[in-house]
Ligand binder design. Structure first.
Ligand SMILES: NC(=O)C1=CN([C@@H]2O[C@H](COP(=O)(O)OP(=O)(O)OC[C@H]3O[C@@H](n4cnc5c(N)ncnc54)[C@H](O)[C@@H]3O)[C@@H](O)[C@H]2O)[C@@H](O)CC1
Ligand SMILES: Nc1ncnc2c1ncn2[C@@H]1O[C@H](COP(=O)(O)OP(=O)(O)O)[C@@H](O)[C@H]1O
Ligand SMILES: [K+]
Length: 464
């Protein structure tokens, strides 16, 4: 698990460490780390350009330029605010033979020291113009400038980094936005940081949590997943959600609804009935994909919410909950509920997502006392207790019709197996994104291919 700390937390930890270290020591340690990665990225290249902003981020870049000069690299620096450039860094850079220029000449690598933790908003026009001019790979200092450190939002011009060297700890931007390869330089902040604000599951965490049968298991002990999805109009959603539950764990799956024929034809191992009242006992329900929003569907959702087992409410179930607040009363508040909206469904429930997806997921989790999995390229899982997991997909091939139905089925089966709902949601998101990546291998895929890749994705995380 990787922890991520917001800028406010980093700053307060840094203040305490700074007070206990000689002046400039932390910056030089940070800059040495930047110079080391720059040398790696340079390969045979010998020319580096620095874009230097007005704060300590620029100071890091100038000190890195100093260390690179000591290794015989030609280094050029553009000072975006010459009067405010970090004084000691600039003096050291000049002493070592670094050249201050108005515009970068052709270089093999650019170092982005424009702005770091104090960044607000997109790059300012002068900085944006220098960035637009670059045609060398960029090494970002702390974070790619123009991206918000805490939300990962990049509402305008920003740096696209080949790699980022960050200091002390990872910040939300490193999980929420594209920072290239991220390297961490230890500044000894550890004891001062406290617990992280956000967590990112690593493949091995997902592999360790994934439910697998043991010698004592039978089909019931591993959890029975109920699927209330699909309709005469949308049988496919039922086939995908049920299939995902069938493939994700080895417990049993019961399907109840109007697509029973289609589901039985594709998944003979699922126990199918036409009506929720005949479904039998389950340990968790997945409700919503392709279900429709009419009165009959509302009755189904009510039954599921009253069942006293964890529920994953997706798609039409979310729309019904948004349109008909009475439905919330059916819910036993002590039984876990996981809502899996995409941005438009979120808006129906809780207003616009806005640029801070983490805050949005947390807002809804608190409001509904539910686990909220906000889908997208960056998926955020927030629990009503404030626990928050983030997962940034490494590809976008999952953006295809029916892909959400697969996610809901996987998540439902993890709930049925008894996983903690926040962990279940985080594991489902990670395996779903990995399955999309494996299935696609560089070419578009339908959701049914994503579904077929679930076993490969589960094997991949379990082998870590
Ligand atoms: N505090 C510490 O102990 C350490 C800090 N370090 C560095 O210090 C950085 C933070 O330094 P500062 O707090 O001085 O601030 P920054 O260097 O992040 O920002 C400096 C200034 O940039 C300008 N700016 C803000 N948004 C901008 C935008 N969108 N476009 C262009 N310019 C913008 C603002 O005027 C801001 O005050 C970290 O990111 C890290 O690189 C490292 O040296 C390690 C040690
Ligand atoms: N650009 C993207 N990159 C990676 N994953 C994405 C992207 N867009 C959507 N996804 C993922 O694909 C799934 C889409 O779900 P959803 O929007 O409900 O689609 P559908 O309703 O067609 O099934 C979600 O798991 C989401 O996280
Ligand atoms: K930067």
């Amino acid at each position: 698990m990787r922890g991520l700390w917001t800028t406010a937390r980093v700053r307060s930890a840094e203040e305490r460490v700074l007070a206990a270290t000689p002046p400039g020591a932390l910056m030089r340690r940070a800059a040495l780390g930047v110079a080391a990665v720059a040398l790696e990225l340079l390969g045979g290249g010998r020319r580096v350009g620095l874009l230097v902003g007005s704060g300590n981020n620029g100071g890091d870049a100038l000190w890195a330029g100093y260390y690179l000069r000591k290794r015989g690299v030609a280094v050029f620096a553009v000072l975006l605010s010459p009067d405010k450039a970090h004084a000691e860094g600039l003096a050291a850079f000049r002493r070592a033979g670094g050249r201050v220029v108005d515009r970068l000449p052709p270089v093999d690598l650019a170092v982005d020291g424009i702005v770091g933790l104090s960044a607000r908003g997109p790059l300012r026009p002068d900085a944006a113009a220098h960035v637009a001019d670059l045609d060398a790979p960029v090494l970002a200092v702390d974070l790619p400038s123009g991206i918000d450190p805490d939300t990962g939002a990049a509402p305008g011009p920003h740096v696209r980094a080949r790699a980022t060297v960050t200091f002390g700890c990872l910040k939300p931007v490193h999980a929420l936005a594209d920072c290239g390869e991220v390297r961490l330089v230890d500044l000894g902040l550890g004891p001062e940081l406290g617990g992280p604000d956000l967590l990112e599951l690593e493949p091995e965490d997902v592999g360790a949590a994934w439910p697998v049968p043991g010698p004592e298991s039978d089909k019931y002990t591993q959890g029975v997943t109920g699927v209330a999805a699909g309709s005469a109009t949308y049988p496919g959603a039922a086939v995908l959600a049920t299939g995902a539950a069938v493939l994700a764990t080895s417990g049993m799956v019961r399907y109840a609804g109007a697509a029973a024929e289609a589901v039985r034809a594709r998944w003979p191992e699922a126990i199918c009935t036409g009506s929720i009242t005949d479904a039998g006992r389950v340990q968790a329900w997945v409700a919503g994909p392709g279900l429709g929003t009419g009165l009959g569907s509302e009755a189904v959702l009510r039954t599921v919410l009253e069942a006293g087992v964890p529920v994953c409410a997706d798609a039409d179930a979310i729309t019904m909950l948004a349109n008909n607040p009475d439905l919330w009363d059916a819910r036993d508040p002590d039984t876990p509920l996981v809502l899996t909206p995409h941005d438009r469904e979120y808006e129906r429930l809780a207003g616009p997502v806005g640029e801070d997806r983490v805050a949005a997921a947390r807002r809804a989790a608190e409001k509904f006392r539910a686990v909220v999995l906000l889908k997208g390229h960056v998926t955020v899982v927030a629990g009503p207790d404030g626990r928050t997991l983030v997962n940034r997909a490494r590809s976008s091939w999952a953006a295809t019709a029916g892909s959400g139905d697969v996610l809901a089925g996987v998540l439902g089966s993890l709930l049925a197996a008894g996983l903690d709902p926040v962990l279940a949601a985080g594991c489902a998101a990670k395996v779903h994104a990995l399955a999309a990546e494996l299935a696609a291998a560089g070419a578009p895929i339908p959701a049914s291919a994503l579904l077929r890749a679930l076993p490969d994705a589960i094997r991949a995380v379990r082998s870590r």
